[in-house]
Design a binder for this molecule. Structure first.
Ligand SMILES: *Cc1c(COP(=O)(O)O)cnc(C)c1O
Length: 227
């Protein structure tokens, strides 16, 4: 089942587009199954869940952090992850930079944009993104490599298009600024229901969970957070 899902999705992705398997609530065995099936990047929302999966999968995959990073988890996160896709404040950027400096690592990050301007969502507001990127560019052990957005969760994937378009425009604009220590290369947008629209609007990283692993069980997300 998982193998069919993987090959179907991979066959739909143009060259140069990276698939991130969004693994929240999945067991280490499920994560291992998608890696064995050919997925090269695992996206984790929770540091603890990532640690458990890493014990089984290790460096057979690259690890992207795609959740909301809390300052007290940054130390562990910088050791574990190859990219942090969800930097949305100078505060968390400084925390990542601090721990990376200690271990001599430069962390590639994406700046998460709250393209839907939703109150309860993480991500920097679109009008604040450029300023944040300029500030982060001064940190030596972080390298901004692009933007990530979720967009509002809407029933119809077509309704997500304006948010992807806006994020893409911002991506191009920041790229043209040629800021030092910033390399605008990745645009991470699109999930199971919206990745086709996101690809049309220029995404080169898509983060897919349920279409790869199967639907999540109700309540599983809360359980994964230890609630
Ligand atoms: C869960 C999640 C996804 C994938 O969602 P699906 O609808 O299961 O594909 C993508 N990105 C982030 C940040 C997520 O938390």
């Amino acid at each position: 089942m998982i193998e069919q899902n993987i090959s179907q999705i991979l066959s739909e992705l143009p060259d140069g587009v990276q698939l991130v398997a969004a693994a929240k609530t999945r067991t280490p065995a499920e994560v291992l199954a998608v890696v064995s099936g050919g997925v090269k990047i695992i996206g984790e929302n929770y540091v603890q869940e990532a640690e458990r999966a890493y014990e089984v999968v290790g460096s057979r995959a690259k690890w992207h952090f795609i959740g909301h990073l809390q300052g007290n988890k940054a130390k562990k996160a910088v050791r574990l992850f190859d990219m942090i896709e969800t930097v949305d404040s100078l505060k968390i950027a400084r925390e990542i930079d601090k721990w990376c400096t200690q271990i001599g690592k430069v962390m590639p990050v994406l700046v998460e944009v709250n393209s839907g301007r939703e109150k309860q969502k993480s991500g920097v507001l679109p009008e604040k993104a450029e300023e944040l990127i300029r500030e982060i560019s001064g940190l030596k052990n972080i390298k901004v490599m692009g933007l990530m957005t979720m967009g509002p969760r809407l029933g119809n994937p077509e309704d997500a298009r304006p948010y992807f378009v806006e994020t893409r425009k911002m991506f191009e604009r920041v790229k043209k600024l040629n800021l030092s220590n910033v390399q605008m290369k990745y645009l991470s947008m699109g999930m199971s229901n919206s990745y086709k629209v996101a690809l049309e609007e220029g995404a080169n990283i898509v983060r897919i969970g349920s279409k790869l692993f199967g639907e999540r069980e109700c309540g599983a997300t809360a359980a994964a957070q230890g609630l």
